[in-house]
Design a protein around this ligand. Sequence first.
Ligand code: WQD
Length: 330
Amino acid sequence: MTSSILVTGGAGYIGSHTVRALREAGRRVVAYDTLELGNAEAVGDTPLVVGDIADHDLVLRTCREHDVDSIVHFAAYKNVGESMADPGKYFRNNVDGTVRLLDAALAADVRQIVFSSSCSVYGTPAVVPVDEQQPIHPESVYADTKAIVERVLHWYGVVHGVRSVSLRYFNAAGASFDATIGEDWTYALNLIPVAIRALLTGDQELQVFGDDYPTPDGTCIRDYIHVDDLAAAHVAALGYLAGGGDTTAVNVGTGNGSSVLEVLGAIERVAGQPVPHRIVPRRAGDPVSTFSDTTRSNALLGWNARHGLDEIIETAFRWHTTQLEATPSA
Ligand code: WQD
C-alpha cells in the first residue's frame, strides 16, 4: 500500500489548504482533527479521523491503518492573547500534546515530521529581514510553546532519530482561489479577516493599533504570505525530508513587508470601498517591523512564495463574500 501523510489539525485553516496541496501533489493523506476549531467540510473526501493528538492509542492505530510515513503537525491553539490569560491550556495542548503525538508516532515507526512553527519565536527581531540565525526570544506563551516544541523535536532527533523541519510562518492570510476553503473569521483576530469583516458586516470597526511607529506611514510592517504558498512550503519540506534532509528550521515568508495602512489600501482597491477603522493606541508586544529573509527557504526547500498582497486580499475578500452569501447570519 502507498504510504500516507498524517496531517494533524488538517481541518483547520492552513491544515486544510495543505491537505489539498498534498492531494494535488499525488500524496495519500489522512487528516486528524478534534474539530474543536476545524471544519470537517474543509477536508473534502480526504479520510478524517476525529481525535486528539494526545490520544496515544488513536494516533498509533491511525498511523498503522493508513501506513503513515510522515506527519505534518498543525494541531495547536494559536490565540496569542488567550495564551497570556491561560498558559496551562497552551502548554498542555501545544507542548504536552505534541510530545504524546511524537511518542505514538515513534511506536508506529514514523520519524519524519513537518512542524507548524512561527516567526513569533523571534519575538521583536533585532534585524530585518529576519533570518534563521536570529536569537530565539519568544514574547508570548503561544510563541514559547512553538519554540519549546522546536527544542523537543531537536532532542527527539538526537535520541530517537526523528528528522523534522520546523516552518516558521510569517503572517498567513488569503484563501483558495476557487473560494471553497479559507479562514473562519469567527475566532480570527488577525488584521486581514478583522478588516474585511468590518467592511462587509459593519458589526465591528477595525481598530488600528497605533500610527506613530517609525515607519513610512506610521503603522507596523508585516510579511503577509498567501496560505497556498504556505501549503506549498509544507509539500516542499516533506520532499526535503524524503530526500534525507536533516532536522532544521526554516522561515516561510515572502520577504516583502506591508504596513497596516498598505493592507487597508489593498482591501479598498479590491472592495471598492474603504475599511471603516479608527486609530487607537499601540498594542503591547507588537514589533515595529518584521519580514522574512527567504534565502534558506529558497536554497534548502527550493521554495519561494508566488503570490503577493493583492492576491491575498482578492482571495480573502472573495472567500468571505462567498461565506456571507451562503450563511447571511455568519
Ligand atoms: C498584524 C498587524 C497589528 C489586528 C500573527 C500571528 C502570529 C504569527 C505571526 C503564526 C500588527 C495590526 C491587527 C487589528 C491592527 N503567525 N492589527 N488591528 O500580531 O503580526 O502575528 O502572525 O504563528 O501567531 O498572530 O498578526 O494580524 O494580529 O497583526 O492594527 O485588529 O496588524 O498591530 O501590526 P501578528 P496580527
